[in-house]
Design a binder for this molecule. Structure first.
Ligand code: NAP
Length: 488
């Protein structure tokens, strides 16, 4: 049963589609149910957008682009800054809503809201710094002029694990660059994005610049937009499997794409590391979002001489975390998003245990309502265990020993993914050798978290391409036009 505060927060969420600055029902009037993963109970229903709605949203983005691209950069920045302020003013309600629809503990929802809002503040400051170049050509007879222009209407598809921040990471730089967009949040967590649309409306964003489409049939609704020539850019955050399909669909019209895909982050602890700091970093890298993060440490490779001690310390720390509904005091680990995700985590643990892994703590579901799984630490991992190669996306930490630096690097790189790696060592020479040898887009050196609005977030290999955040993030929304000037 929702408390009266929860009911009031839910009641304030617009449940319709946001198209051309208006809130509308889906064509056909259908709805889709949103549930609380901590109880399995329905929270509310939102509009279930159809292909016609999607085309209307793209039409609105296309129409708005003609004027929005002309808006003064300072004005675009001011809108983003006002939206940042509004998010922070409404943070308590947004955090409660996020915890209800996604399950993460309320303190982590606050963390995501501050992180997500910061993309608006950061790009508010970048909107006025989009520069071109003017140079004399080599022969001295001509001039090279380059200008930076917005790419045009964009499609954004976002996952359920960070319902707000995965949207603001795209919307912030797009608005700063002068682009318009259609955003499709995950069907499990549409509420935070609907509230964000209301905030952008309140901040004075012109109609049609951001359109939000909630839908249960993502593939059917988005494919026509991906193939539509009015769309000029697709930015997707989600699984590698879906990313591959979207890249194929995008190829037909040679659509510009950014892909923030899955991860399988190695967490390396060398014998010279500060072990307590490494455990602290491991808690963050593994347990933030209950392990449901693309940056989540998926496997711990630890120097053999300290592996046992590290595993025991990690088990003690992880075993002490309170599991429960994220709204309750002191809860550090919420539920997984749904039964399918919990079954996958459970299968991966059973597979590892079946191959001889030792359970130091956890290793089982929590009985009762909701999709809870006990925080788990495993040691003695067989090299063939599936959880070394697959994204666990749950609160499970497998610890394996290594004998040499080369072995550690080889193990870390032995994956199709390349999003992030964590390195713990007090030896700076070693740390840099290892960092240079790792095939990832990001590294956490002696720290378990890398996300930062001012830094380029993104991966290599099957973790995707493109960067979000920092000066690199706005590049994704800009085209370069070069003018060859004849100056005899
Ligand atoms: P997902 O199944 O790939 O879904 C992501 C989004 O794509 C959702 O909005 C989903 O809609 C939509 N979608 C699914 N199939 C589609 C299709 N055929 N056409 C168009 N859209 C489609 O991923 P998820 O389970 O939500 O999220 C977890 C994954 O995201 C993990 O692999 C994680 O590593 C990755 N992730 C990566 C980053 C990063 O920055 N690299 C950040 C966060 C998460 P529905 O909700 O309707 O299915």
């Amino acid at each position: 049963m929702a408390s009266s505060t929860e009911a009031a927060v839910l009641a304030a969420v617009p449940k319709q589609l946001f198209i051309a600055g208006e809130w509308r029902d889906a064509s056909g009037g259908g709805t889709l149910e949103v549930e609380d993963p901590a109880t399995g109970e329905a929270l509310c229903e939102v509009a279930d957008g159809q292909v016609d709605d999607a085309l209307a949203a793209l039409g609105a983005a296309d129409e708005a682009f003609a004027t929005f691209r002309q808006m003064a950069p300072r004005e675009r920045g001011d809108i983003l800054r006002r939206a940042y302020d509004l998010i922070m003013e409404r943070a308590d309600d947004l955090a409660l809503l996020m915890t209800m629809e996604m399950g993460k503990p309320i303190a982590e929802s606050h963390g995501e809201i501050a992180y997500g809002a910061n993309f608006f503040r950061w790009y508010a400051e970048e909107a006025v710094r989009i520069n071109g170049r003017f140079t004399v050509n080599e022969a001295g007879s001509g001039r090279v002029l380059t200008m930076r222009q917005p790419v045009g209407p964009c499609l954004f598809i976002t996952p359920w694990n960070f319902p707000l921040a995965m949207g603001t990471r795209k919307i912030g730089p797009a608005i700063a660059a002068g682009c318009t967009c259609v955003v499709k949040p995950a069907k499990q967590t549409p509420l935070s994005m609907l509230m964000l649309a209301r905030i952008l409306e309140d901040a004075g964003l012109p109609a049609g610049v951001v359109n939000v489409l909630t839908a249960s049939s993502s593939g059917a609704v988005m494919e026509p937009l991906i193939r539509d020539p009015r769309t000029r850019k697709l930015s997707f955050t989600g699984s590698t499997e879906v990313g591959r399909t979207l890249i194929e669909q995008s190829a037909q019209q040679v659509l510009r794409v950014s892909m923030e895909l899955g991860g399988n982050a190695p967490f390396l602890v060398f014998e010279d590391a500060d072990l307590d700091l490494a455990v602290e970093g491991a808690l963050l890298a593994k347990m933030r979002n209950g392990g449901e993060a693309c940056t989540s440490a998926n496997r711990f490779h630890v120097a053999e001489s300290v592996a046992e001690e590290f595993a025991q310390k990690l088990a003690a720390a992880i075993g002490g975390l309170k599991v429960g509904r994220g709204t309750e005091d002191g809860v550090r680990v919420g539920p997984l998003i749904d039964e399918a995700q919990r079954s996958k985590v459970s299968e991966l643990v059973d597979d590892a245990v079946g191959r001889g892994a030792k359970v130091l703590v956890g290793g089982e579901r929590v009985d009762g309502a909701g999709y809870f799984y006990r925080p788990t630490v495993l040691s003695d991992i067989d090299p063939g265990a599936r959880l070394l190669g697959e994204e666990i996306f749950g609160p499970v930490a497998p610890v394996r020993g290594f004998r040499s630096e080369d072995e550690a690097i080889a193990a870390a790189n032995d994956t199709e993914y390349g999003l992030v790696a964590y390195v713990f060592s007090r030896d700076l020479n070693r740390a840099f050798r290892v960092i240079e040898a790792l095939d990832t887009g990001m590294i956490g050196l002696n720290q378990g978290i890398v996300s930062n609005a001012g830094a380029p977030f993104g991966g290599v290999k099957a973790s995707g391409f493109g960067r979000e955040g920092g000066p690199e993030g706005i590049e994704e929304y800009l085209e370069t036009k070069y003018v060859a000037m004849n100056v005899p």
